[in-house]
Design a protein around this ligand. Structure first.
Ligand SMILES: Cc1cc2nc3c(=O)[nH]c(=O)nc-3n(C[C@H](O)[C@H](O)[C@H](O)COP(=O)(O)O)c2cc1C
Length: 374
């Protein structure tokens, strides 16, 4: 029996704990660099971008999501001890979930979790499978993001699509730092404002129909040096995919030109190299998404994560009674996101931040910080 599935990382170690309707969720982050300043305002901004109850495209469950730091930070600096972050659950309606152990929700973890844990799993709000556990991941990611930014590494995501409504893609080779900063401060970021309006309409339509809708988050990382990662299982794509697939509702991940490479010739897909006047090797296109042979090539790391429509919908569905073994109808109660994608953007960015810091820590020493007080 393998039960340990909520611990991640090679050079950093992240352990995720909590259940949606338990007293709290959180993380323990071990191996974090010491002597790093912590900007709490910047961290709270990232927490707010993920927090529920922001607008009509999200669940009405309101949570303050104020992280408490139980260890690892003193007088505004990281100490090198494991950083324990706790976020209380303050707004739970557990009665909404009473029938789901017996009659599982189609599309959710209820049935396979019931089989795996023999019915001992906490079903309330999805328990440990709930996206509530991504609150701690966002806090950890926000800390990593600050260390990375001081070393010139920026991370930003945007909602690329909701259903058939599309935003523009990131430019492949040059993404402006100002644009990345703008996106990384917004709830529901898009490159084009009109795309956001169209996407909000699509989410509203799904919600009023008692249904849900999926979409894609695109994310970019700039400023990573060349030469990090490795072949086979140590590849940057492997590291990132494992982290991204840990986000509830992610069903697809692609890098650079992704699945469309299968329709190209080598002459179209290969990214031509050239030297800049300062002697830096760059490529004039970036179908590789900044990764070749599992190793960074210093071009922007570009990837996309596809999210399925929220499984908990209010339309009647078909399920089974696990006790009587009868086919029964199910009407899901409770407060749910009609679309998980806008709230998932900072989660995707946080997973990227954890992976990027993990990679930088694999180098013999962390690059010097540009603006750090020591
Ligand atoms: C930010 C975010 C919010 C989510 N909100 C809900 C929700 O309100 N209701 C729900 O049924 N699923 C929600 N999900 C998705 C489920 O947690 C997920 O589908 C479920 O745990 C099963 O895992 P799987 O889809 O990865 O197989 C959310 C996911 C994310 C990333």
């Amino acid at each position: 029996m393998c039960a340990a599935s909520s611990v991640w990382g090679n050079n950093l170690r992240l352990s995720v704990f909590g259940e949606s309707h338990g007293p709290a969720v959180g993380v323990v982050l071990d191996g974090f660099p010491w002597g790093e300043t912590v900007d709490m305002d910047a961290l709270h901004l990232q927490m707010r971008r993920r927090a529920p109850g922001q607008d009509k495209t999200a669940t009405p469950r309101k949570e303050a999501d104020l992280p408490q730091f139980l260890s690892g930070i003193q007088d505004g600096f990281t100490t090198g001890a494991p950083i324990c972050i706790l976020i209380e659950n303050t707004n739970t309606h557990s009665g909404d979930y009473s029938n789901l152990k017996r009659v599982p929700r189609p599309g959710h973890s209820d049935y396979p979790a019931f089989v795996k844990y023999g019915g001992f799993n906490d079903i309330r709000g999805g328990g440990h499978f709930s996206a509530r556990i991504t609150a701690g991941i966002c806090a950890a990611g926000a800390l990593c993001r600050q260390v990375l930014l001081r070393r010139g590494v920026r991370i930003a995501g945007h909602v690329l699509s909701i259903g058939d409504r599309q935003d523009a893609c990131f430019p492949e080779t040059q993404i402006s730092p100002e644009e990345m900063e703008r996106l990384a401060s917004l709830y529901f970021p898009t490159l084009q404002p009109s795309a956001k309006t169209a996407m909000e309409e699509a989410i509203q339509k799904a919600r009023t129909a008692g249904d849900s809708i999926g979409g894609v988050v695109e994310c970019a990382v700039t400023g990573m040096p060349a030469g990090l990662g490795g072949p086979l299982f140590g590849g940057v794509e492997s590291l990132l995919s494992a982290a991204l697939f840990a986000i509830p509702a992610v069903k697809g991940v692609e890098f650079g030109a992704g699945f469309s490479v299968s329709r190209m010739r080598g002459s179209q897909n290969n990214d031509p190299f050239r030297c800049t006047s300062s002697g830096q090797v760059v490529s004039s296109t970036n179908h590789a998404g900044g990764i070749l042979g599992g190793i960074t090539d210093a071009m922007p790391i570009l990837f996309r994560a596809a999210f399925k429509p929220t499984p908990s919908i209010s339309l009647p569905q078909e399920s089974v009674d696990l006790l009587t073994k009868e086919n029964v109808p199910l009407e899901v109660r409770g407060r749910h996101d009609p679309c998980v994608v806008p709230r998932a953007v900072p989660v995707v960015e946080s997973m990227a931040a954890l992976c990027m810091l993990d990679l930088l820590l694999s180098a013999s020493s962390l690059p010097p910080s540009s603006s750090e007080k020591r």
